[in-house]
Design a protein around this ligand. Structure first.
Ligand SMILES: [Zn+2]
Length: 359
């Protein structure tokens, strides 16, 4: 747990929104390097580490976590130096004003704040309305466009929330980018554990790009890899917060990771591969590790993986988090620890006798 906490805190400090994953690609590669037989990054941006198993007949498995985080991008700088921006992925609009932002310029990070109209002069009809993102602006302190540009800001500069993680009671941690640095933490932790005690199956550790803007990296990540099955390791919105009703979200933080049956995205249900799911649940049951089950809201890389090559059997193993896509995404470190244990136990059980056939 202590090691997991340290690793997570290290990864979550790296700012890398969708399409601008380079900083986290470098960190993931260097973390995996001593743990795997080979590691490479593709021109598209995905990072792949391989631990060769002892039995070539055993199915090979890919663990996929996305490297990108939700963020923003500069779209305009006005004459007075105020910066206009749009979303990369789906940050909750209501959580944006009044926040600190980190603009990741080619010359290093620049901190700014998202301005908000003073309450004193806000009309009642405005007070309860969230302005659309195109009305928002970032102030970095520059007082002209030229001054902002001199500090490295250009149209296209990526932006992330500038908020440090905080530790709450009961092993909860709140931070931006829990989604999906928690998943990347799990991948590295599994690689470390399996390095110490090798297994029959070959394991691919894949960091994917651009998940938050349409599961795009995962669509192509396994194209040239000899992978039989895959698990997307991600976070997902949990309920049990006072403003969410059980009917909509029944998962609870602290009750274990979720082995998802499938996902509800834009009102449609998409299912994961139930053999892969059973395999994870059997391992968890045999080890007595708690987990949750159901349909999650949103999409994960598993849905792209299912449609790649000839259709790679995949499901999602997720860490529940509160306050999804806000700067204070909150999860329980114990759930992350349980998720790592489930993956290790399940991968140890993979041998030549394991079948993915549905009938
Ligand atoms: Zn995610």
């Amino acid at each position: 747990m202590k090691e997991l906490r340290e690793l997570f805190l290290r990864l979550v400090g790296v700012g890398a929104p969708s399409g601008f994953e380079e900083p986290v690609m470098r960190v993931l590669k260097s973390e995996l390097e001593p743990l795997v037989d080979e590691v490479h990054d593709t021109p598209r941006g995905n990072v792949v580490g391989v631990q060769r198993g002892s039995d070539p007949e055993a199915p090979s498995v890919a663990l996929v976590a996305h490297m990108d985080q939700i963020g923003f991008i500069v779209t305009n700088i006005d004459g007075r130096g105020f910066i206009r921006f749009r979303k990369l992925g789906g940050p909750v609009t209501r959580a944006i004003q009044g926040q600190q932002m980190r603009l990741l310029t080619g010359r290093g990070p620049v901190v700014g704040v998202v301005g908000i109209k003073p309450g004193h002069i806000t009309r009642p009809e405005e007070a309860n309305r969230v302005p659309p993102i195109e009305e928002m602006y970032i102030d970095i302190g520059a007082r002209s466009r030229e001054e902002a540009e001199k500090r490295g800001i250009t149209i296209g500069t990526p932006i992330v929330y500038n908020a440090a993680p905080v530790e709450l009671a009961n092993d909860l941690i709140a931070s931006p980018a829990v989604d999906d640095r928690a998943g990347l933490t799990a991948l590295i932790a599994v690689a470390k554990t399996l390095r110490e005690a090798p297994v029959p199956a070959t394991v691919y550790y894949v960091g994917s790009v651009e998940e938050e803007i349409g599961l795009r990296g995962a669509e192509v990540a396994l194209y040239d890899l000899d992978v039989d099955m895959a698990v997307a390791v991600d976070t997902f919105p949990a309920g049990w917060q006072p403003d969410v009703v059980m009917r909509d979200l029944y998962y609870e933080v602290g009750r274990g990771p979720a082995v998802h049956i499938g996902e509800i995205a834009q009102g449609r249900v998409r299912l994961g591969h139930q053999r892969v799911r059973q395999w994870l649940m059997e391992a968890a049951d045999e080890e007595g590790i708690p987990y949750q089950a159901g349909l999650m809201h949103g999409g994960t890389d598993a849905m792209s993986l299912m449609q790649t090559r000839a259709g790679i059997p995949a499901c999602t193993l997720g860490i529940p988090r509160l306050y999804s896509h806000s700067p204070v995404e909150t999860f329980d470190l114990k759930d992350l620890h349980r998720l790592v244990r489930i993956l290790v136990a399940a991968i140890r059980r993979l041998d030549a006798g394991f079948s993915l056939r549905r009938i």
